[in-house]
Design a protein around this ligand. Structure first.
Ligand SMILES: C[S@@+](CC[C@H](N)C(=O)[O-])C[C@H]1O[C@@H](n2cnc3c(N)ncnc32)[C@H](O)[C@@H]1O
Length: 363
């Protein structure tokens, strides 16, 4: 991935260490210096979100340290340390008079509070994803999701274990729903849905995707299939009878008949190639001739060298969520669809957040 703008390790010029090495100006070295400090800086940004610093500065640009101290109620020294950390990321700017303002990206990404807010995403990553990554070496060496031991229960995946912890499950789905809202437009805008009448939304989560699709296409109704505790979350939406909930396990329970399209959105990447083949065969079996299957989600680049979001997701899946799966390259999904019997298989590529949409038709 090309760095369009090098990330500076220091704000001063030349670097404050005064050290001149053959790597000076090397964008990979610059990224390295940012990367090795990123876990601390990530947490600093989340703390600033939790303390509503970005929201406050969006409303009161040019607040002083004292004004921010009064607003946050935290000790002045702690706030000074935090503001410095966030300033190093560029998300906050300190003016020459010592007051603070948001960078444009902070105002747009971190100040808003709606259902698609980054604050929900970052909270989920802080509370669920990133603690698990300290187990990365053990989990990858063992070839299984050893970090799952931190979550109560004996089920093999995080999705099922979260049912034991409704509070954390709500954090998880709020985070996932916010990210889904950010990445969903390309899927919803796909005109293929205009002719769908009855969609099976497999692993449909809290209903975010189904809700957006039925809002855009008045002719669609959706059957949302997910584990019982999650289908219950979707039950709180106000879609009326256009979304029908079907609680179950997607490997143990049958898919319903009577649908003319099956959607796997952010679902197949959780599983192995064999399991994906099994799920695609189940979708094929319930579709009529002409019925379509849609796979939406992250795709690593074909040469498997690009994609920060995909890399994070793949690691999370293997270390914590399911112990397998990855943000497969689109070609893998195309091959598995073909193997399941689908024809006219193609992928719409290049969507935001490294997303692709692979479509197949039952002949
Ligand atoms: C990453 S989320 C995707 C949610 C939604 N489709 C979206 O795009 O936002 C994966 C979903 O698959 C569901 N899931 C995982 N394993 C499952 C299983 N064995 N049976 C049914 N649903 C499952 C999870 O509960 C979760 O809601």
């Amino acid at each position: 991935m090309e760095l369009t703008r090098p990330i500076r390790t220091t704000q001063s010029d030349p670097p404050s260490s005064g050290e001149v090495t053959p790597l000076d100006g090397d964008p990979v070295a610059e990224r390295f210096h940012f990367l090795v400090n990123a876990p601390a800086l990530f947490n600093a940004v989340v703390t600033a979100v939790e303390w509503d610093v970005f929201r406050h500065l969006a409303e009161h640009p040019g607040s002083s340290l004292e004004e921010l101290r009064e607003f946050t109620g935290v000790p002045a020294h702690s706030l000074r340390v935090l503001l410095h950390a966030v300033c190093t990321t560029g998300l906050l700017e300190r003016r020459t008079d010592g007051t603070y303002q948001n960078a444009r990206a902070a105002s747009e990404l971190l100040a808003p509070d709606g259902p698609d807010s980054w604050r929900h995403i970052l909270t989920g990553w802080k509370e669920i994803y990133y603690p698990a990554f300290s187990q990365m070496s053990q989990a990858l060496a063992a070839g299984t999701n050893t970090a799952l031991a931190a979550h109560h229960g004996d089920e093999p995946t995080l999705y099922c274990r979260l049912a034991h912890n409704p509070e954390l499950e709500a954090v998880f789905h709020r985070s996932m729903s916010a990210f889904t809202l950010k990445s969903l437009d390309a899927l919803v805008e796909c005109e293929e849905f205009a002719t769908v009448r009855h969609l099976l939304d497999v692993g449909g989560g809290d209903g975010t995707t189904s809700n957006r699709l039925i809002a855009k296409y008045p002719g669609i109704r959706s059957t949302l299939f997910d584990i019982p505790s999650v289908a219950q979350l979707a039950g709180s939406s106000d879609a009326g009878d256009r979304i029908q909930l079907l609680p179950g396990d997607l490997f143990k329970d049958p898919f319903p008949t009577g649908v003319d399209a099956v959607l796997f959105s952010h679902v197949l990447e959780i599983f192995s190639g064999d399991q994906i083949t099994e799920l695609l065969a189940k979708a094929y079996a319930v579709l009529p001739a002409g019925g379509r299957v849609f796979i939406y989600g992250y795709n690593v680049s074909d040469d498997e060298t690009q994609g920060w979001y995909s890399a994070r997701l793949s690691l999370y899946l293997n270390v914590l969520a399911s112990g397998q799966g990855m943000a497969y390259p689109a070609g893998d999904y195309e091959e598995w669809m073909g193997r399941a019997g689908f024809s006219d298989v193609r992928t719409l590529r290049g969507y935001p957040y490294e997303h692709g949409l692979t479509i197949g038709v039952k002949p």
